[in-house]
Every structure is written in structure tokens, then in C-alpha cells.
Design a binder for this molecule. Structure first.
Ligand code: ARG
Length: 374
């Protein structure tokens, strides 16, 4: 079995250990970004005079075909793909299968260490705006409920004891305020990842005359990393993303907790749509807020991803170590969980019925004591 690096080895790696180290099952998610990076690298090599115009052209055509084939999920499950260590090896093998030695030359001056750093940045550049759009949809749902609440009142709570009367809209807008900060936090993740790591090589840079300023512009980066040793071995931006995701989940969890309380029989300020609740198999009177409970529960999982990732990074010597491969499952799981949770909460919020008479009654009487005294 030939691997990217098998040249100096006499025998094949142990099958179980190879499978243990393989990341293709999950990093195939970076496929599009890996091809995007490779297309740019081929141009960089051509401009540096390392690749002939003919080689560069055939590599470009083949990579475009590979990108096209990647639309079909079966592409990743071929017999040959079963022995690919990661998405970078997968794309390179497919390329060599199409253009032979020219495909091998694409790896000139390039290491998977910088490739994976680039792919992750490109991936987040594509995906973070989708999470921001999902946040906006939830904010819109909350604004819609705030508007339809009109002049309805409810008690505000401190220590979960009745405090002062507020508009129901004031309550909805409190959660909007937190989500707006989440949106900005994701924008600052986008700013952090806006640096091209190519040119870093495996750790110490490259001796080929690669025009990184051109590559940065070509790939949509406004800056270039400051240090190759750092750039190939740092994933602070993954931690920043996980922190942004974890804090968003904390905010969603608090929305869920409020809605679980306020839709309960004890409060009754809000009513869940039937479509947003589940029944009990035993107790016919129950209307359970399962989606809200699940989001509250899943917040623990994203917080765990952040704690886990910080722990993975903390003992690493400077430069790339294989430990860093753990970044991807943490990132993808946090992303999927946040995306699913944002959509679920937005859907529940859209169906909320506001019981202004009940909430108004709870907000009358002694709650005005402060205003009367003032
Ligand atoms: N799959 C690897 C990762 O995710 C790619 C980088 C491999 N580099 C290496 N020197 N083995 O980190």
C-alpha cells in the first residue's frame, strides 16, 4: 500500500494502527476546501516556475473534475479511498490517477501541516456565516414574538422571585441582546481566521519562491500568518470558534430554561404550539417541551468540546503534532449541534402563544412597590 510518505519505509504500517490514525472518515468534510487550496497552490507553483504551464493546466482540469465528482457521496467510498489516510491523501491520489507524475509535483514545497491549517480556515470562512444567518433567523423569531406581545406585561424575576413588572417584549428582547453578542463573537472568529498559512511548509517555510501575497488574495485572505512554526502548530482559532459556539449554546440553554418555566402550568405566561411539544405515553395531560430540554442538554456537549480541545492543546510542544488532528471532530460536532439547536429554538419560538392576561395578572399588585416608594 503506497502512502504519501511511504518512500523511506520498508514495510506497510500495521493495519489497525493505520486505521486508528486515519482521519478520512471525518475530514472528508474539508474536501471542497482542500481542492480550493490545491487549485491555488498549483497557480502559485506555476508562477514560481516550479510547474510548467502544461502541468499546471492539466492539474487544474483534473482538480475541477475531482471537485465535480465530489458532489456524489459514493465518490468517497471507492475501494481505493478505503486506504486513504486523510482528505489530503485522497485528493492527491485521485489527482495522480488522472494526470500521473504532474499530480505528484503538486505537493512540491507543500506539507499537509499547512494544508490542514489552510483547509480548516477556508472551511470556517464558508460555514461561520451560515451559523450567523441561523442566529439572525432566531433573532427575527424573537422580535416577531416581542412585537406581537404588544403592551402585555409580565413579572421580571431576580433570584427567580417576582421583581418588577416588565413588558413581555422586554423579556424577549433580553434574549435578543445576548444573541447579538454571539453574532459579533462569530464575526471576530472570522477575523481571526483571515490569515493565509501557506508558505509555512511543514514548519520552517519553503525555499521555493512562492508569492504568498498573490495566494492570499487568490484565496480571499487579507493577511498572511506571521510565523511558520506557530502557524503549522496552532489552532487557537478552533478554540475561539468553540468558545463562541459554547457561549451561544449557553444562551440558547437559558432561553430554553425560561421557555420551559413560562410555558409550565405553574406560570402559564406562554403556550407551546402542539407541533413543538411531545405527549407522554402514560399521562394524557402532559405537553412536554422536549426540543427545549434537548437543546439545554446539548449545551453541555458543546461546552465539553471546548474544554476537551483546550486540554488537547495545552501540553503540545510548538510545531505540528498529530494530537492536532483531534480539532476536526470537536469543531464539526460543535458546529452541527449549534446549527441544529438554533433551528430548533427558532421553530419553537415562532409557535409560542402569548397569554398576556395570565402574565399581566402575575405582574400586578406588590410588584409596583418600588415605583410607589420612588
Ligand atoms: N490528518 C492530519 C491532521 O488532521 C493532516 C496533517 C498530517 N500531517 C502529518 N505530519 N502527519 O492533522
Amino acid at each position: 500500500m503506497a502512502h504519501l510518505w511511504s518512500g523511506r519505509f520498508a514495510g506497510d504500517p500495521d493495519k489497525d494502527l493505520f486505521d486508528f490514525g486515519s482521519s478520512f472518515a471525518f475530514d472528508r468534510r474539508l474536501f471542497q476546501d482542500d481542492v480550493t487550496g490545491s487549485l491555488a497552490w498549483a497557480e502559485g507553483l506555476e508562477r514560481a516556475g516550479v510547474l510548467s504551464a502544461a502541468d499546471a493546466a492539466s492539474i487544474r482540469t483534473a482538480l475541477e473534475q475531482i471537485l465535480e465528482s465530489g458532489q456524489d457521496p459514493r465518490f468517497y467510498d471507492s475501494a481505493a479511498a478505503a486506504s486513504d489516510e486523510d482528505v489530503h491523501s485522497f485528493v492527491e491520489r485521485e489527482l495522480i490517477a488522472r494526470v500521473g507524475d504532474a499530480g505528484r509535483r503538486l505537493h512540491t514545497g507543500r506539507s499537509r501541516n499547512e494544508q490542514v491549517a489552510l483547509d480548516l480556515r477556508l472551511y470556517l470562512k464558508r460555514r461561520v456565516p451560515l451559523l450567523q444567518a441561523a442566529l439572525v433567523r432566531l433573532v427575527e423569531a424573537l422580535l416577531d414574538r416581542a412585537e406581537s406581545a404588544g403592551a402585555a406585561m409580565m413579572p421580571s424575576y431576580t433570584h427567580l422571585r417576582r421583581a418588577q413588572p416588565i413588558l413581555v417584549s422586554h423579556f424577549f428582547l433580553a434574549h435578543v441582546a445576548a444573541l447579538r453578542r454571539d453574532h459579533r463573537r462569530l464575526a471576530s472568529v472570522l477575523d481571526e481566521i483571515d490569515e493565509l498559512p501557506l508558505g509555512s511548509g511543514a514548519i520552517a517555510g519553503t525555499s521555493y519562491e512562492i508569492d504568498v501575497t498573490f495566494l492570499a488574495a487568490r484565496l480571499g485572505f487579507s493577511r498572511i500568518v506571521a510565523n511558520s512554526v506557530d502557524a503549522t502548530g496552532e489552532r487557537d482559532f478552533v478554540a475561539s470558534f468553540l468558545h463562541a459556539a459554547a457561549l451561544s449554546m449557553v444562551h440558547l440553554s437559558r432561553i430554553c430554561e425560561d421557555l420551559i418555566l413560562f410555558t409550565s402550568e405553574e406560570f402559564g405566561f406562554l403556550e407551546l404550539a402542539d407541533a413543538a411539544a411531545t405527549g407522554s405515553s402514560l399521562m394524557p395531560q402532559k405537553k412536554n417541551p422536549d426540543p427545549l430540554e434537548l437543546v439545554r442538554g446539548k449545551s453541555g456537549r458543546v461546552i465539553g468540546r471546548l474544554a476537551g480541545w483546550l486540554t488537547t492543546m495545552k501540553g503540545l510542544p510548538i510545531g505540528y503534532s498529530k494530537d492536532l488532528q483531534e480539532d476536526k471532530e470537536a469543531l464539526f460536532d460543535a458546529e452541527d449541534t449549534l446549527a441544529g439547536s438554533l433551528a430548533a429554538v427558532a421553530s419553537v419560538v415562532r409557535g409560542l402563544d402569548i397569554r398576556g392576561t395570565v402574565s399581566g395578572r402575575a405582574a400586578s399588585g406588590l410588584l409596583l412597590a418600588t415605583d410607589v416608594a420612588d
